[in-house]
Design a protein around this ligand. Sequence first.
Ligand code: BMA
Length: 871
Amino acid sequence: MNRSLHRALYSCALVLLTLMMTQTAALALPSDTLTLSRGWTFSEHGSSEVHPATVPGVVQQDLIRLGKLPDPYYRLAEDSIQWVGERDWDYACTFTLSPEQLQRPSIHLLFEGLDTYASVYLNGQKILEAENMFVAHEVDIRPYVKASNRLEVRFRSPLTAALPLYEAAGINYPADNDHAEKHLSVFTRKAPYHYGWDWGERMITIGIWRPVRVLLRGATFFAERPVVTYHPERSLPIEVRLPEGAVRGSEATHLHYHLYDATGRLVFERTAPLADFITPTERGGLHALANPQLWWPNGLGKPYRYKARFELLEGERGRVLDVAQCAVGLRTVELVREKDKDGQSFFFRVNGQPLFAKGANYIPGTLLLPTRTEADRKQLFDDVAGSHFNMLRVWGGGTYEEDAFYDEADARGILIWQDFMFACTAYPGDSAFLKNVHSELVYNIRRLRQHPSVATWCGNNEIREALKYWGWAKRYPKEVYEKFWHDYEALFCKLIPETLREEDPLRPYIESSPDTVNWGRPQEMGLGESHYWGVWYGRQPFEILRERMPRFMSEFGVQSFPMLPSISRFARPETDYDLESDVMKAHQKSSIGNDVILHYIRQDYPEPRDFADFVYLSQVMQGRGIALGIRAQRAAAPFCMGSLYWQLNDAWPAVSWSSIDYYGEWKGLQYEAKRAFAPIILVPDTVQGKMLLTYDPLPRQRQVSLTAEVRDFLGRLVRRHTFAPETLPAREVGRLEVALPMEKLFTSDAERKGAFVHYELRDARTKALITELTDYAARTKELRLPRTKAGDFTLKTTRRAGTLFIDIQSKTLLKDAYIDLGETGWQLSDNFLDILPGRRYRLRATRRQNAPARTTTALPTVTLRSITTAE
Ligand code: BMA
């Protein structure tokens, strides 16, 4: 390599002098922070080939950038990328400190995340050994730091690092999602899904995945932020507590605390000795506030946030030694588990009000975690808040998300059910493992506890269920199986709850999800929360979701294919557009997947005609089926008080249970979920002959009127039925049952197969439309749908500024119409809808905020597919 280039690569920059506080880091960042993000290099250990490195980043992302690794998501790339995770990699950079900076009493190096096994050297001196990607490391480097410094981070392959532990244990742990013969993943505190999953490829990433900073502080500083909690039952309801050990150094005597409202107006201020905040007293950390604004979840009010600012003072009016700030949301969250006549309740109460949880399970949006952008995050929260979600479960096989994720959840009113990162396998329980996990617990609990959005902690995903029902008792010798239980209890029944009692006593803890109910034991459904997999794994019809009703549905789902424009980004139409092609099989990680998808399509829909039709029908089936479940669960309130489907998103382009595919395209399910999670919905049950009006708490009572119009598929009115007006009471999760006179709506078999019923719910006074729904008295495949001919419908696309308008009108019913723009990156105002005969539709399409820029100004070619139209 050319020497000057070599030198240039090694010369590192001191970057970004931030004179700002971050509001979210658990460790209150001091006023003087150097972020080391430039001038890094990386090389394979032992190789002289040195390349510029992205920090934060992982080796794989740089190798892709350098053209040394293929796009890991394209076609069959998976096998060819595995070598990277099997090798060791070195990172290095240099940085300088000015004479003034070297004078700072405290100089620490902060790694916010190292993935995973790393030895860190500063000027040749080893300063850190890391072995957990979920923790930050802060090292006092004052003894070793100089004007010019060389920092080296040497990573070992997580596979070779874990091998001795595997061999010493003498057990191949269950971990069936770990796509290797030896299940090494359980020994390593690294995102479990990196090792593969039943929706994910395997990519063992390695690198400095979160920022590196030099913290230049005074002799006294905040090592932890004060914690603000809200206790409405007390006369002084706001508590500001300085956790023990939160202040380093000996100069601080007082804390100056300010609280600002959302407009920046100071609403409270106090200076008091530290002791009055360590054990909060009315002279210090306890106070009231006139008219406190509460933080509310999406749909129930504003997610109001105050801003708190804390100053450490030397003397009551003395020097400011350090500053910390954070957003504060005043709210209470309880998880109510009370014995009742049906078993045991399971619901969240927010600010005293029972909440029906609406949302989905979230997995990391890529395997290359550091490549995610702010636009990705904003788009994600736009998607979920716009679809009326109020909760996401951050599932335990991924990662604890970055601070900005929880900030966004706080700002959008999305409650977070936060799993600890353990999923679907037994784990070791030796003291070294538990010690490592303990540091992970403390770090993440402290980092996240100030977020009003974080509603509950949960120990793990499905491990209790697995121990009981996944056949491990037979698969392993008795003593091994007993060890699994013993280690399980040490971690989830002891270490985690004990740590939470110390660090975050107010927040609920669920030991394992599901907590009690196994889907194969319907008699248990009244006891709590369930992952209902009778639909999908049990191949039961969707309609069973009306009967198998848990107290809270925390997972249920079926798979579909990604959108066709998305498939075109990872597969080649000529060779790969076939269920049996190697590429499609490689992107379907569930061994039973395509068979089960076809099973469910055949229940309700005509046989798919070709690959594209299969893709389309998989989405119609998934959307309609899961929405049936969501509606039934909402209609079963207050018995059932939550509906989180599996799964919101994808980590790579895959056939999966997601409702938004890897490229951000909404599948049929996301549109259906948005409708089914709307504040007021109609839930018809044509079999039982009833209609349920189901609604989230309303600010005031509402008079509504319901009408039903039966029309044939050419739009001709068959009959009209008006129901008596009803009153929806205010302020409760409600349901109102109305008898559906099915025999009056459809009077013959011909009508049942040749007509639809369109319901409209209107405000009785203003006549404004609240919600509408089209329903059928027969399965789609039994309907006598007219074959759509050319000229039966019109589709016109126009553009005004950045918005496309798509106008549709049809003479015949277009059942399950899917509007395809032929390319990814567009957000449609609606899709996967029944286009009713004679009605005009105008859809809007805008670019998604994280979509790549288009390379053409031409209008996209818009096509329409429905059950009876091929194109
Ligand atoms: C759920 C999840 C995942 C899995 C999914 C589909 O139970 O917790 O582990 O991907 O099932 O099988």
